[in-house]
Design a binder for this molecule. Sequence first.
Ligand code: IMP
Ligand code: MG
Length: 191
Amino acid sequence: MYSYQDVLSEILIDEKTLQERVKALGEEISRDYEGEDLIFVCILRGGAVFLIDLMRHVTVPNQIEFMAVASYGAGKRESSGEVRITYDLNSKIEGRNIVIVEDIIDSGNTLNAVIQVLSTRGPKSLYVCTLLDKESRREVVIPIRYRGFMIPDKFVYGYGLDLDEYFRNLPFIGVVDLEKLEQVKKKLGNG
Ligand code: IMP
Ligand code: MG
């Protein structure tokens, strides 16, 4: 296995900047839901690190639920319009305030499907909180209420986002150098 340094092009968002923004988002959610309670629906696996940090800055009563989806062409760096739920919520969301927590919105296909499914279950409200927004790649319109950062069209990893399922534990968001990645994989004989 290669290391994150082998394929790092640059650190796009450092740990301090991330933590400050996540705290601000948690505080904003706390203000908006004053007097209410809510369920965070975290999209696995990328949204998990963000959720765990975010919820610690939320002061209104909240519950967490998880959902996992697979899109056609998984393993590739593109998602498709066809999304399948591989792990569903464990509780009813009828009449509840829902905040979907996602790591990144790229084409928007994944979240679009999740929003459609959840909205058929009669929530009181349904909003999206995403850490990253790669807006230039959007294929479908996604209403985003809470957004951590707009980012350019680059492949990023760390803080929940994976590169070949690794490096989700990095405390920052890094940009992958795709040339270095190809070279290192060639050397290791698995690319
Ligand atoms: P979308 O359906 O195209 O919006 O893709 C969303 C999903 O693709 C995200 O939840 C991520 O799992 C994955 N993804 C998109 N861009 C990146 C990236 O730059 N790094 C890591 N994962 C990404
Ligand atoms: Mg994801």
